[in-house]
Ligand binder design. Structure first.
Ligand code: GTP
Length: 239
């Protein structure tokens, strides 16, 4: 690991929306490739990286349910959306010579490996980027919760949440010009102030396992590596 990196093994959580770039829907190949380059930079400096991605760019279970779909069916459709994003990211990473393994919480062996914790550990130790697909495999759980779960199982030193905003603010910075970014928050602050960093289940899991959550903007090139060094604008949630 490069000396100036604060963490040896991390989980990168990205929302599906990040992967659609400027589009309203789906995948923007240029953005997926850019994110892959950022991950490559971290991997080449010796950090072990695993990834959990959402599916809001393809299908959002909660919205499906709001429109009258059965919630469990809508959530399973969301999980399939994650598999699409995982394969896109795998393809982008392997095209720039980064070894990856996609592991799905819902077995679909013709497409990727099933999730087996000990095998995932071995892949990471060998420097492969493990992309966890299909969330937790269960309806009613968010991809944030899947990220906290996998980060705990993989003994990650931190969870990095790559979003479209460069941290957590006391108000919506897009709507309120006076909104200020928190540098540091406790898990309890996030829960009691309802700060929407991640849902309460994910925050509780991270807290129980003492995994810090670093929120940063993944929209600009190089920010992931900067965040790993504790540089650039971000908010850190820890004890
Ligand atoms: P090592 O244990 O380090 O050899 O890991 P490995 O992943 O290279 O070994 P393995 O022989 O298990 O896998 C070889 C290739 O097959 C890799 O690209 C895996 O992603 C892929 N693979 C392994 N299991 C499955 C599976 O159940 N489904 C699919 N689709 N691919 C798999």
């Amino acid at each position: 690991m490069a000396e100036n990196h604060k963490f040896k093994r991390v989980l990168l959580k990205m929302s599906g929306e990040v992967l659609m770039g400027e589009q309203q829907f789906g995948l923007d190949p240029a953005t997926v490739n850019r994110v892959a380059e950022d991950i490559k930079e971290a991997v080449e400096s010796g950090v072990e990286v695993c990834v959990v991605v959402g599916a809001g760019n393809i299908f959002r279970g909660v919205s499906g349910a709001a429109q009258g779909m059965d919630r469990t069916t809508a959530d399973y459709m969301g999980m399939l959306g994650i598999v699409i994003n995982a394969l896109a990211l795998q393809n982008a990473l392997e095209s720039i010579e980064i070894q990856t393994r996609v592991m799905s919480a819902i077995p679909m062996s013709a497409i990727c490996e099933p999730y087996i914790r000990r095998k995932a550990m071995r892949h990471m130790q060998k420097g492969r980027v493990v992309i966890f697909a299909a969330g937790t495999g269960n309806p009613y759980f968010t991809t944030d919760t899947a990220a906290a779960l996998r980060a705990s199982e993989m003994n990650c030193d931190a969870m990095l949440k790559g979003t479209k905003v460069d941290g957590v603010y006391n108000a919506d910075p897009k709507k309120d010009k006076t909104a200020t970014r928190y540098d540091r928050l406790s898990y309890m602050d996030v829960l009691t102030k309802d700060l929407k960093v991640m849902d309460a289940t994910a925050i509780s899991l991270a807290r129980e396992n003492s995994i810090p959550i670093l929120v940063f903007s993944i929209l600009e090139k190089g920010n992931f590596d900067k965040a790993l060094k504790g540089e650039g604008p971000h908010t850190i949630v820890s004890d």
